[in-house]
Design a protein. Sequence first.
Length: 682
Amino acid sequence: MSVTHILGACPHDCPDTCSLTTTVIDGVATKVQGNPDHPMTGGVLCAKVSKYTQRTYHADRVLQPLQRSGPKGSGQFTPVSWDEALRDIAQRLHAIAQRQPEAILPYSYAGTMGQVQGESMDRRFFHQLGASLLDRTICASAGSEALAATYGGKLGMRMEFFAESQLILIWGSNSIASNLHFWRLAQEAKRNGAKLVCIDPRKSETAEKCHEHLQLLPGTDAALALALMHELIQNDWLDHDYIAQHTLGWEALRARALEWPPERAAQVCGLPVEQIRQLARDYGTTQPAAIRLNYGMQRVRGGGNAVRAIACLPALVGAWRHRAGGLLLSSSGVSPFNKAALQLPQLLGDRRPRTLNMSTIGDVLLHPGDAQFGPQVEAVVVYNSNPVAVAPESAKVAAGFAREDLFTVVLEHFLTDTADHADYVLPATTQLEHWDIHGSYGHTDVLLNRPAIAPEGQARSNAQIFRDLAAQMAQLDPAFAAPHFSEPDEALCRTALAGTAMDFDSLLTQGFAHIPVAEAPFAQGGFATPSGKCEFDNPRLAALGINTLPDHVPNYEPPTAAHPLAMISPPARNFLNSTFANVASLARMEERPLLELHPEDAAARGIADGDRLRVFNARGSHVCHAAVNGRARPGVVVGLGIWWRKQGANGTNVNELTHQQLTDIGRAPCFYDCAVQVERLA
């Protein structure tokens, strides 16, 4: 019997990016565990990835190329050979590109966060083709661009130093479910006397275990942050020297904050006034104070402004002077990867294709094309994403993918809602079967993923599939015969580090390496902004039509008589978007699609726990079951996601109800800015 242990990396930066150890016995992966030698992972994995072998060896996995044999959306396919599939795909894409390359759209996101399988050979292929570009906004762009407008990039505290904080605000994050290793550090701080405060519209598993929970209304985070500033000013809980030396726009921000006394914010946020005052007192008088901000709170119309407002707080109290003080939303700005070498944008030449927003894919696919919008999309290639399930206003998304004249290719592990609409489904490898290299937005390490097993069936890595497509295209267009279209996956891992200080050989040996980052990155200022300061007031935003100061921006959809409930749709604890919804052991833990209601809202509608119900608005309706479990606040319902549409009782999921309007900053979706009504079904 041959037993080996292969070092790898989790494909999901959520934001932990754990280091993995896969046990392989006679060529079969039997166990996936956290690498005990990686300090941030500490040998511990979430419930989802610890069951990763169930995904790799799933009975429903697609293991050979499939060609559609029934109507779009029917999921009816017949097997074909790789040669036949690649040849036909190449010929059809080439024919469209000859007429109008921008009629071809790649659609991908974070099914894997790896640099090689996520954004290397695919980008080269589409750049050479001249296809439309994709604005990849669906998760984090509102917060990311807002953070860059304030700090100059996706930068912040080092996660490990939260263990030394005396006050931790966990804002817009269910850390127990999605940031397990941060939670371990927060617990260490708690044992050492730190106070933990959770700010979240839902009484999450994390909120239950914090000392204090501010259960504010969705979309009101900026109002709360401004009220905290008001109290810091009124009580002079300020670091005047840090403000003078290392910030820009203080007087303007001060005037804005003084418009937001706690009484005003309490009305907007639906919070007790004293709870706001107490949080300001704690934040203004406790050092070191740290904020773990996550992306949940930016999925509303004013999400970018909210991130900007919260990001200003540490500079006001001088929290950045301490390595255990400040804020962390994303640390990916320190990533060393040579993306230009991986993606080769120069293959575009002088062409400047249009950019289409992935968050409005429903409207994009249904648009007939015109002089303003550009040509109608005639072909879409989907990989690392399941847009029919995860994109907003999914009835439109499904209708767009159901177009018989839309040529659709999907690289997948399973017949997802999106794959059901494909003309070709190409079997992709899982993380245990390919090379890749990863960063993280939660910590500051680089991780290497080595293949632990040979690909199951006929599966090929994403990079290999685009490499093979390029070889077919080369018979039609000699430009695709260039050497950069034949670079192997392991070599692409090395290319990702070309010109950086990271040593690939040490990654091969250890599986991870630390990026050199200062312990307290902004202790002496040195922000990455043009001014070198924390920019409370950013004049460059004016050119984008954005208020240069952070402010509270009300939701698109406030409750109305017809739709009186605000709905948010965070991930269920055992799912990560739609990735694990078909893993039986995890789906059993979630039981079925649920809508959490406050007991008052349930009683007013004659709804009891477990009842079948319909949640609806003008965009559609979704049938699920009631969970009257004490987690929702009055006036707010929580549609836990993301189940596949075909797992829903009426063939829908919560995105049947969400809309395609975009955030104030970052052009991102407003998943948690959604008004609905609920009724009990017999």
